[in-house]
Design a binder for this molecule. Structure first.
Ligand code: AMP
Ligand code: GLY
Length: 422
């Protein structure tokens, strides 16, 4: 079977790598993909951008594609699933209406409020005066969020009032264009974060293993927020009791409410959680796709075939699917440009990946490019070095040995991924 996978990051490399292991899969076309994927004979890159819905649909229509799988959020929010469905093409991901859970934070908060799904208290704003008055009234710490997609940069956790006031002024002043014309301002939640991802098909769902990512750039979870500097699975904070509570009080009510409100969800539902000391979880954000970099360690741990899971979800037979995980842990350490997250690296030769992989690592590419057969940097997050182990400590040691083999001018990575679980 021929699979079309949309995206080009580390998440998509890990998904392609896993799908290629399926006996049912003969060919995977990744649009636009990255050169790391080409080591697998089943995988080819297709020069179509993730925003080119016409091009992607015409490819699927003419190339006998069995299933299209969407990696990133932007095409989902733009309505690629609605378009493909209108052409009777099988595609894994939510329709545009449900993708607003990620595409608009105000939509997501209002959805949670009317469906009693636990989350931080909030209000929404389009006017500076009202936003300033709200901050004056509630004080800090307080959290300011741009309503729309801002590549993970639209959230400011303000530790003092001045920082909050500066953030609302610049966001409402057009910092993220349309995406910050509306703001959500919400209560600061204390606790430990975890990523809880489920495969969803209408009112049915199957949880993936728990994971946790590190959003801050620097060690000790300090420095600016990024898309994610590393992740591991499982996340011990998600105990059996927390898992049961999250399924019962958050995931199932979310997908039931989506179905009740006429926007049934198919795809990966990612619930970003804040879990307090009593084990009570609240929703920090919804994403309508897999996490990056959570996917890289998750795919390393996933023992069963990925394709039947996606096929069952698309066909409405998810209760027939099952999922098996390897015991032990997996970790992914992101190697990023020194300039990241403010900037990125371009054209710097990368060395040492073969050495890293001759050990016990798998290196997933994100921001890389081939120029005259030389692999060079082409982005902010460049690689994700992953490894499994009997314990998180062992997985971490293996991944760090791998990362130490790899070099380009200006590369950086955190040496403390997983510290909360160690
Ligand atoms: P988001 O894009 O909504 O996930 O926010 C990015 C990051 O900001 C989250 O992963 C949290 O670390 C932090 N954050 C967001 N909302 C809150 C909140 N209400 N309280 C504390 N931290 C938050
Ligand atoms: N790692 C967080 C995200 O994918 O949104």
């Amino acid at each position: 079977m021929h699979i079309l996978l949309i995206g080009s990051g580390g998440r998509e490399h890990a998904m392609a790598w896993k799908l290629a292991q399926s006996h049912e899969v003969s060919r995977i076309s990744v649009a636009p993909g990255n050169p790391g994927m080409l080591h697998d004979a089943k995988i080819t890159q297709v020069p179509l951008e993730v925003s080119d819905i016409d091009g992607l649909r015409n490819f699927a229509l003419t190339q006998d594609v069995h299933l299209t799988v969407v990696g990133p959020e932007a095409p989902l929010v733009a309505g690629i699933v609605d378009d493909f469905s209108a052409h009777d093409l099988r595609i894994f991901g939510p329709h545009k209406a449900a993708a607003r859970l990620e595409g608009s934070k105000a939509f997501a908060k209002d959805f949670m409020a009317r469906n009693n799904i636990p989350t931080a208290a909030y209000d929404t704003f389009t006017e500076l005066d009202a936003a300033q008055a709200f901050i004056e009234k509630h004080g800090a710490p307080i959290v300011i969020k741009a309503d729309g997609l801002a590549a993970g940069k639209g959230v400011v956790v303000a530790q003092d009032k001045q920082e909050a006031l500066t953030a609302v002024e610049s966001m409402l002043g057009g910092q993220f264009g349309e995406a910050s014309a509306q703001l959500v301002i919400e209560e600061f939640l204390a606790g430990e974060e975890a990523s809880f991802i489920a495969v969803v098909s209408g009112r049915d769902c199957l949880a993936l293993a728990s994971s946790q990512d590190h959003k801050a750039r620097d060690e000790g979870d300090t420095g600016p927020n990024t898309g994610g500097m590393g992740a591991y699975s499982p996340a011990p904070v998600v105990t059996d009791a927390v898992h049961t509570h999250v399924m019962k009080d958050i995931v199932q009510p979310t997908i039931n409410a989506l179905a009740d409100e006429g926007m049934p969800f198919t795809g990966f539902l990612y619930v970003g959680l804040m879990i307090d000391k009593q084990g009570q979880a609240r929703v920090v954000e919804y994403n309508v796709r897999l996490g990056d970099p959570e996917t890289q360690p998750l795919m390393m741990r996933l023992q069963s075939d990925l394709l039947p899971l996606l096929d069952h979800a698309v066909d409405g037979s998810l209760p027939e699917a099952s999922i098996e995980w390897r015991e032990g842990s997996a970790i992914g350490i992101v190697m990023a440009a020194g300039e990241y997250p403010a900037g990125s690296s371009h054209g710097k030769p990368i060395s040492g990946i073969e050495d890293a992989e001759s050990g016990q690592c798998k290196v997933f590419h994100a921001g890389t490019r081939l120029v005259d057969q030389q692999l060079v940097t082409a982005g902010g997050r460049v690689l994700c070095v992953t490894a499994t182990g009997d314990s998180l400590a062992q997985a971490k040691q293996r991944a760090e040995l791998g990362a130490a083999c790899i070099f380009w001018e200006g590369c950086r990575y955190r040496r403390d991924i997983g510290h909360r679980a160690l």
